[in-house]
Design a protein around this ligand. Sequence first.
Ligand code: UD1
Length: 437
Amino acid sequence: MDKLVIEGGRPLRGTLTVSGSKNTALPLMAAALLADGTTTIDNVPNLRDVNTFSDVLRVSGAEVEFDADAHVMTIDASTIDTPVAPYELVKKMRASFYMLGALLGRCGKGRVSLPGGCAWGPRPVNLHLEGMRAFGAEIELDEGYVVAHAPGGRLPGGTFTLEPSSVGATINLALAASTAQGTSRIENAAIEPDVVVFLEALQRMGAQIDGIGTRTVEIEGVDGLQPIAVTNCPDRIELGTFMIAAAIAGEPNDTIRIENANPDHLGRAFLDKFAATGTHFVTGADHVEVSAPDVLEPVSIETAVFPGFPTDLQAQWSVLLSQSPGAATITDTIYDDRFSHIPELARMGLQASVDGNTVTVEGHTHLKGATVMSTDLRASVSLVLAGMVAEGQTDVLRVYHLDRGYERLEVKLQNAGIQIHREQYDEFATPDVLKDD
Ligand code: UD1
């Protein structure tokens, strides 16, 4: 397995470049299945999740080619013949469940494994299933698989209200509805930028969609969709992560430039809270410049749907809070037990207590390097951030979690002055103290 080894205390300097969005690339790939031809997507990040989903697409019969250096993917979906998404792949990545909507939309049927649990809670898919049923799908469960049929080959369409609003369910339902026979309406639809960029791509493919970016999305089914060439948007969570990195590890009076970014996609809440920490930043159309303050103000946050504070940035925020002089809280209203990084950060000296869906972080913490373990994607990057500001060496184990969502993070950070490298290690090796001399 791989680990990241970080020698803390080096300032972050210069320029960081944001990769394409993981959470938008995956729905765009699913959308490509709806077209009878070859779709080209550029700015696709070379990530483990993207490669896993490519394999999921290949199982269905699609031909997927990915030029990882150029970040260009082509998907020829004219060859789809196996409407199945197997457990072996779906268990690796929940977004594979988008195959349900894509296969129903393209083939009128699908056999898709249920994703199961997740490191931080049950993460249900009930809304996806209830929504598909409301649009006319017949659904049963068979040996851990969802088996779905559109009667007569195409869904009749219908109306479904998402409660709570869900990114994943909005995307899945839109995939299923685009080629339905009738009209479908999604109420309380998600308005996250990932969803908007995806729906706009579907529209360019020929889908008839009204209300993109609003809470009511109406889709009038069409006979089929055309392949397109589409550019994926920058990753908003990587941008937010880099802004936090600059605030805690940059030097006051220095400016760190973050390129290939779309700051509008972060949402108002994050930008306002970030400004309230006293960090100076300037946003441009495709970049952000950040200067660390002398003192980081402790700022409490609560996650919420867009344009609220993203749940995917709360783990990183806990490291920022540790470096400010007072206590503040983080409340996750989207996922109420997404705090597996806290006990790991505690091994580095973080003082924090968890009560329900709220964690209180005591500020003014002198973090010290330690061996810590990644437990999920955003937790792992918070450990890397902590390692950057800690005294001494931090080893972040199991970085395969990080590799799901951050492209060549250690190379980007090395180029910006951080002493970090990747090493292989044996998870089951005998500890040195037990070895004979
Ligand atoms: C969520 C985030 C998304 C983030 C992703 C990965 C929100 C609104 N969404 O998306 O930005 O990138 O995590 O970390 O912040 N729910 C149900 N039943 C369902 C589906 C969802 O009850 O069938 C609930 C979830 O438990 C959650 C809420 O709805 O409380 C939002 O879910 P959803 O947006 O679908 O979550 P993800 O797609 O995982």
